[in-house]
Design a protein around this ligand. Structure first.
Ligand SMILES: NC(=O)c1ccc[n+]([C@@H]2O[C@H](COP(=O)([O-])OP(=O)(O)OC[C@H]3O[C@@H](n4cnc5c(N)ncnc54)[C@H](OP(=O)(O)O)[C@@H]3O)[C@@H](O)[C@H]2O)c1
Length: 292
């Protein structure tokens, strides 16, 4: 099969097309013929060397996909060849075929496209777990601040949490303020000069020091969760998404019912040139997706 792998850390030229044997699924895995993959900041950070991993090289990156089942491991009894599914595996989705553990797999509803499913597999699942499994269970009322809400995790978080919090304050990147305001008029866009009264929680999707200036507005029970950085303040927590087909399936159902809108910035065919281009594009409003 054809795959795109990083040969060493560096700029996008370290990504190269390779040819290798199609994976054979282990007993609790299924094999997917990939239909669409999304560009994730994590894969870009690993490729550039900003995030260091110990995996052997060449390494097939790619952490979100939609695919069609073409083989199932002997212990997988509830899925069958031909079904369309999505997942957020740890790497290996920049390839024509990917073997994925059953527990990470979610069936894609008929009215959700491959592109939508790949686009939310990682970022949407992160937002879903933060909203449903952390914030809604531990905090009942008050205002929320999302630092970096114009990105893909932030946009899903706003949609999941609008009804839960009395107010959502957000910070955005340099280029996305107008688009975010058009898409989500219910949020209030602020900067570090803004005086807040009090906030119940902060979600940090950027990992920049200025977010710590907002800690003074937290209520006594208030906490900050960051997907990027562990800060030393005792109120701050590092959040890590745990790839889980059940949470992804609930999210896909919300997309199918039009309760969650997935923003797609650009779609292009899966090949080396397009992957290299998409890995370097900045300031996109929505997800970049490559289609097979
Ligand atoms: N720990 C986990 O399990 C986990 C899971 C998913 C994601 N993550 C990480 O979480 C982060 C967010 O993910 P994502 O998918 O939402 O990324 P994304 O789509 O690239 O969004 C990041 C957003 O932050 C904005 N931004 C940049 N600098 C900012 C600043 N100084 N103030 C306010 N906003 C700023 C960007 O705006 P511009 O584009 O206009 O600059 C962009 O809209 C990434 O670092 C990702 O690797 C971690």
């Amino acid at each position: 099969m054809r795959a795109i792998a990083m040969t060493k850390p560096g700029d996008v030229e370290v990504l190269q097309t390779i040819s290798l044997m199609r994976p054979i699924p282990k007993p609790k895995q299924i094999l997917l013929q990939n239909l669409a993959i999304a560009i994730e900041p994590y894969d870009c950070h690993v490729r550039s060397g900003k995030v260091k991993v110990n995996n052997p090289l060449p390494l097939i990156l790619g952490s979100s996909l939609a695919g069609r089942i073409c083989a199932v491991g002997e212990k997988v009894t509830d899925l069958k060849v031909g079904q369309r599914v999505a997942a957020s595996p740890h790497f290996r989705s920049y390839a024509e075929y990917t073997a994925v553990g059953r527990s990470q797999i979610a069936i894609i509803p008929d009215n959700v496209t491959d592109i939508q499913a790949a686009a939310i597999a990682l970022s949407g699942q992160t937002a879903w777990q933060l909203a449903e499994e952390v914030l809604k269970s531990s905090l009942s009322t008050g205002a929320l601040l999302i630092n970096g809400a114009s990105g893909n995790v932030g946009q899903i978080l706003i949609q999941l949490l609008t009804d839960h919090f009395s107010k959502i304050y957000v910070t955005t990147g340099s280029t996305s303020t107008t688009k975010l305001k058009q898409q989500f008029p219910q949020v209030e866009i602020i900067d570090s000069t803004f005086q807040l009264s009090s906030i119940a929680a902060i979600i940090d999707l950027v990992g920049n020091q200025p977010v710590l200036t907002y800690l003074k507005y937290l209520t006594s029970e208030g906490k900050l969760w960051s997907t990027v950085k562990q800060y030393s303040d005792r109120r701050c927590n590092l959040f890590s998404m745990k790839s889980n087909g059940q949470s992804l399936e609930k999210l896909l159902a919300a997309v199918a019912q039009n309760r969650i809108k997935v923003q797609i910035a650009q779609v292009a065919p899966f090949n080396l040139k397009n992957l290299q281009t998409f890995q370097t594009l900045q300031h996109q409003f929505g997800k970049l997706v490559l289609k097979f």
